[in-house]
Design a protein around this ligand. Structure first.
Ligand code: ASP
Length: 603
């Protein structure tokens, strides 16, 4: 074991700056650095250390001849030892400049060196590329967090959160905390439950969002609320989902949709600026209906052209000849600058729709030979230029009796076409170069359907959550045609990702009761689940509305990553396990007894 020192033993030797900031020091200046040894290179007469701290790396030089005792001590150093070193900052010789590190023009000539702690051989090399498997990184997160990239991510996250706080503070919002131990909230996922010891057999639920609390804060006269808050949802995990995640949660009294949009746009300008990017406002808007028709998705990626319904370019007999339904759209999907496809490349497009009940025309030139005039019209309407890939997708005639009503069939077709558009966009991304992750294309999607048909439960469910206000003009058809009712709900979307969603809320008790009924909830059940809220609504509720945005996703995108785990300091795996602390765990028999619980293991 290496002899290590307590910091006190260093006397008045205090750190003067971060290693990564050494470039700011003047040549000739004395400096004291403390950090981790990333690498040691022993060239005999000279020994080099790459020393690292949260600001970056710098080079420390130890000269054997000038300082043999120090050289001997440094020879024992290994990766991730923690040291303090003092010395003189010098400019590097031009032949030894290192453009790969921020401090590559200077180095520290060591005069004193102290080992503050040794370290076991790290489970992976911090500067390896690619870095270790994710499980290893998560298990040894404290080592992983030392990597400059992770340090950058944490800093960015901090800066975005700080900018958001400053922005809301400047606009008269109060950050108000809401409970974590509460009762089931309405976001539609499974709850995480916390058993009560004091009242055995009862449970708190961790909030899926502060939805009802923020609405109650409006009833409570708080007027403008925000919170950067953890939410908990027990659902199947994906790259951009975690059992606990962070929302920027917002609620305003007496808002219009416009005032909420303007407020959120301002916040996003501030957040992007914190990440070093300028975005312009106002963001474009699309109704949900228009988004589905043009992009086949309620979170359109605007970096690629919209789809165009070219059905009317075809004569009815042409559609029949092509075995296409005339009552549903025929979408032209254009992917720019893909160039000519080989026969094989065209054949490889078929599997993209293999499981989908659509008819695909992937060889536009063949179509153009058969129907030259129509094809020219299609080309014109879709805006296709030479070199663009143009494919058509429609509904096959033989599926005339497909499941669902006309509205649902139409939507399903939009969805299939939209998925194909994205798949083609991805497949040829290198050729068209339009999927630049830093080309931030934000938009609002508005007027979502109020209800979704839950085929499994054979009932309507709330598309957003049941506190969302229907459009005033749709109130009359709540019962007669629920599928057509649109909501004052909106999503903020960025490059195919939903960044956040919100709505103007219901603030009248009767409307709220009618929505619960429409969702198949008896008055008794509504009272049992949300009685406290229904009661609160009766005590003078101002019109109110708000939104919640995913902070993890936002930071992930600003950091240029594709997994939110990269921007969460201690994330869980896809199986909801924390590999570092090894949670979840079994608990002791005593704890279970105190809680009045008995565990039945799944067989
Ligand atoms: N509570 C909602 C959610 O978490 C957002 C909102 O309506 O404000 O999705």
């Amino acid at each position: 074991m290496t002899e290590t020192l307590q910091l006190d033993a260093l006397g008045d030797l205090q750190r003067t700056q971060y290693c990564g900031d050494l470039r700011l020091a003047h040549a000739g200046e004395q400096a004291v650095l403390m950090g981790w040894v990333q690498r040691r290179r022993d060239l005999g007469a000279l020994l080099f250390l790459d020393l690292r701290d949260r600001a970056g790396l710098c080079q420390v030089v130890i000269n054997r001849e000038a300082n043999p005792e120090l050289h001997a001590r440094a020879s024992h150093l290994r990766s991730e030892y923690v040291i303090a070193v003092s010395g003189q900052v010098v400019r590097r010789d031009p032949s030894t400049l290192n453009p790969n590190i921020g401090t590559g023009e200077v180095e520290l000539i060591a005069q004193r060196l102290y080992v503050l702690n040794d370290a076991r051989t790290p489970p992976f090399l911090l500067d390896a590329d690619p870095v270790a498997a994710e499980e290893t990184r998560l298990k040894y997160r404290y080592v992983d967090l030392r990597r400059p990239e992770m340090q950058r991510n944490l800093r960015l996250r901090h800066e975005v959160a700080a900018a958001v706080r400053r922005y809301f503070d400047g606009n008269g919002f109060l950050e108000i905390e809401t409970p974590f131990m509460t009762r089931s909230t309405p976001e539609g996922a499974r709850d995480y439950l916390v058993p009560s010891r004091v009242q055995p057999g009862t449970f708190y639920a961790l909030p899926q969002s502060p939805q009802l609390f923020k609405q109650i804060l409006m009833i409570g006269g708080c007027d403008r609320y925000f919170q950067i808050v953890r939410c908990f949802r027990d659902e199947d995990l994906r790259a951009d989902r975690q059992p606990e995640f962070t929302q920027i949660d917002v609620e305003m009294s007496f808002p219009t949709m416009e005032s909420i949009f303007a407020m959120v746009e301002g916040m996003l300008v501030a957040a992007f600026a914190a990440g070093g990017y300028r975005i312009t406002t106002p963001f474009p808007r699309l109704t949900w209906e228009a988004a589905m028709m043009a992009y086949g998705s309620d979170k359109p990626d605007l970096r690629l052209p919209a789809m165009v319904d070219v059905s009317s370019a075809f004569a009815p007999e042409e559609l029949e000849q092509l075995k296409l339904r005339a009552d549903l759209p025929l979408f032209a999907i254009r992917i720019p600058q893909v160039g000519d496809l080989s026969r094989r490349e065209r054949d490889e497009l078929r599997p993209l729709v293999a499981e989908r009940p659509v008819r695909l025309f992937e060889d536009f030139s063949r179509l153009a030979k058969a129907f030259p005039t129509t094809a020219a019209r299609v080309q014109e309407r879709s805006g296709a230029e030479a070199g663009d890939l143009l494919v058509l997708v429609g509904a096959p005639l033989e599926d005339g009796k497909a499941a669902g009503d006309a509205r649902r069939q139409r939507l399903a077709l939009c969805g299939h076409a939209g998925a194909l558009r994205l798949a083609l966009g991805q497949r040829f991304a290198e050729r068209h170069g339009r999927l630049d992750p830093k080309d931030f294309r934000l938009l609002w999607v508005t007027s979502f359907p109020m209800f979704e048909w839950d085929a499994e439960g054979q009932r309507w469910s709330a598309a957003h959550h049941p506190f969302t206000s229907p459009l005033d003009e749709d109130l009359g058809r709540l019962v007669s045609d629920p599928g057509a009712v649109k909501a004052k709900a909106y999503d903020i979307v960025l490059n195919g990702t939903e960044l956040g969603s919100g709505s103007i809320r219901i603030h009248q008790t009767e409307v709220q009761a009618a929505i619960f009924r429409q969702l198949g909830m008896s008055d008794a059940e509504a009272r049992q689940r949300f009685g406290f809220f229904l009661e609160a609504l009766q005590y003078g509720t101002p019109p109110h509305g708000g939104i919640a945005l995913g902070l993890d996703r936002l930071v992930m995108i600003l950091a240029g990553h594709t997994s939110i785990r990269e921007v969460i300091p201690f994330p869980k795996t896809a199986r909801a396990v924390d590999l570092m602390v090894e949670a979840p765990t079994e608990v002791s028999a005593v704890q279970l007894r105190d809680l009045g619980l008995q565990v039945r293991k799944p067989s």
